[in-house]
Design a protein around this ligand. Structure first.
Ligand code: URA
Ligand code: CA
Length: 431
């Protein structure tokens, strides 16, 4: 049967069969289908949606388009964590060593920055010597050495996703739920970890702007994971403002270490403990006992030791004194008295990316000393002249005035008291 018939079927709202889905994914992987047919199918899926079965089959075919590791076969205890992306989300850097410190090993395949959000791999690259490019055996060695591996996705993982993602980007089909789910889960399942905790963000700085949309995404991701034999839970968390105050690379490493030392930012700590606790519950821990163990590891230095071991196992130098420093810091002050009514995380994330924490071209080098540190959160009372945020200037040439005015514009100060958003809304129940 020609692929045009499959496109017509989806256009008319019918479900695709396994063979049609396989043909679509193969066509994206080996270029056996022309791009116009792939693009037409993407638009048909975007407009008509997919059933749970179709979404699972699409994920499965995309997963099988490339390499997969099946880490659970060798290390059944290992946990993976994935966030749907946000700003100031430093959780992965803290969660991996923290959980390993309480005896729960963690492996994550992480990504680079995309758009306004900074990538975990870019943050870790700020550490001199750190190398995320590891094959399966090297990853197992790191896990045995320190119980926490954060590695780069190889080019051989889900190659169909690379083609389809690039096409989605230029055909206005990125927001489709089944396409997002298959894209994320094909890459997650490639690592083959047996337990997965998902952090699904909602809000202005997230990719799903409402709680309802985030819940829908969380339920769908979780369903695909569970149907593939993975123990999985999802937490819906707030991304209406940056999670941790530091947005950048080296500054986020420092912020992660501050939490691992037992202090650090309150919300970042709360998010990390909440996600770790949920993951440990999936591994059979009692929730309260898990939380107590995590708090103890942060307080008694075990988490910090685990961080140092993790950095060394990846070839890095844990001496924070060797991290890049900003060449200048510029404080951005409030221009009125009042309460912080909103804080545009996406705008702040874009500033951080522009000054050095992101790339305008694939080859562009990051300026690791650069970033933004946010000092005010939704609901805070501020006075005119009080510092809202600090711009960390790195080695990249930037227009300082434009950057500081964008930072100031990201905060809306109103006359009325505002309730701060709830950080962790809860889990998605029943799939
Ligand atoms: N992240 C992905 O990897 N794919 C998507 O489609 C969305 C977010
Ligand atoms: Ca942060």
């Amino acid at each position: 049967m020609s692929f045009v018939e499959a496109v017509a079927a989806k256009r008319d709202g019918k479900a695709l069969d396994r063979h049609q889905i396989a043909q679509f994914v193969r066509g994206a992987t080996d270029s056996s289908l022309p791009r116009e047919q792939l693009a037409a199918m993407l638009m048909a899926i975007c407009c008509r949606g997919m059933t749970a079965d179709e979404t699972r089959q699409l994920t499965d075919e995309m997963l099988r388009s490339g390499e997969s590791w099946d880490l659970a076969a060798d290390r059944p205890d290992v946990v993976d964590k994935h966030s749907t992306g946000g700003v100031g989300d430093t959780v992965s850097l803290i969660l991996a060593p923290l959980m390993s410190a309480v005896g729960v090993p963690v492996a994550m395949m992480a990504g680079r920055g995309l758009g306004h959000s900074q990538g975990t791999l870019d943050k870790l690259d700020a550490i001199p010597g750190w190398d995320s490019n590891r094959n399966r055996n090297q990853t197992l060695e790191i896990l045995d050495e320190c119980g926490a591996a954060i590695i780069a996705q190889t080019d051989d993982v889900a190659p169909a996703d690379r083609t389809l993602y690039a096409l989605r980007d230029v055909t206005a089909t990125v927001p489709s739920l089944p396409l997002i789910v298959a894209s994320i889960m094909s890459k997650k399942l490639a690592l083959g970890v047996g337990t997965l905790i998902l952090d699904v963000k909602w809000g202005s700085g997230a990719f799903r702007k409402t709680i309802g949309d985030a819940r829908e995404l969380a339920a769908s991701l979780r369903r695909v994971a569970v149907d593939s034999g993975v123990r999985c839970e999802a937490l819906i968390t707030d991304m209406n403002q940056p999670l941790g105050p530091a947005l950048g690379t080296a500054c986020e490493v420092r912020e992660a270490v501050a939490v691992l030392e037992g202090g650090g930012d309150r919300l970042l700590r709360e998010a990390t403990i909440g996600l770790s606790r949920e993951a440990m519950t999936l591994r059979g821990w009692d929730g309260a006992r898990a939380e107590a163990a995590l708090e103890t590891a942060l307080a008694d230095g075990a988490a910090l030791d685990a961080w140092r071991r993790m950095v060394v196992a990846h070839g890095g130098d844990p001496d924070l004194g060797r991290l890049a420093q900003p060449v200048a810091s510029i404080e951005v002050a409030a221009d009125a008295d009042g309460f912080i009514a909103s804080c545009d995380g996406e705008a702040l994330g874009r500033v951080a990316a522009t000054v050095g924490a992101g790339r305008r071209t694939v080859e562009e080098k990051l300026a690791h000393g650069a970033g933004v540190v946010v000092n005010a959160r939704i609901g805070d009372r501020v006075r005119k002249g009080q510092v809202l945020a600090t711009l960390l200037v790195g080695t990249r040439e930037i227009d300082r005035e434009t950057m500081t005015s964008r930072i100031r514009g990201a905060f809306h100060i109103g006359p009325d008291a505002v309730e701060p958003p709830k950080l962790i809304l809860g889990t998605v129940d029943g799939v």
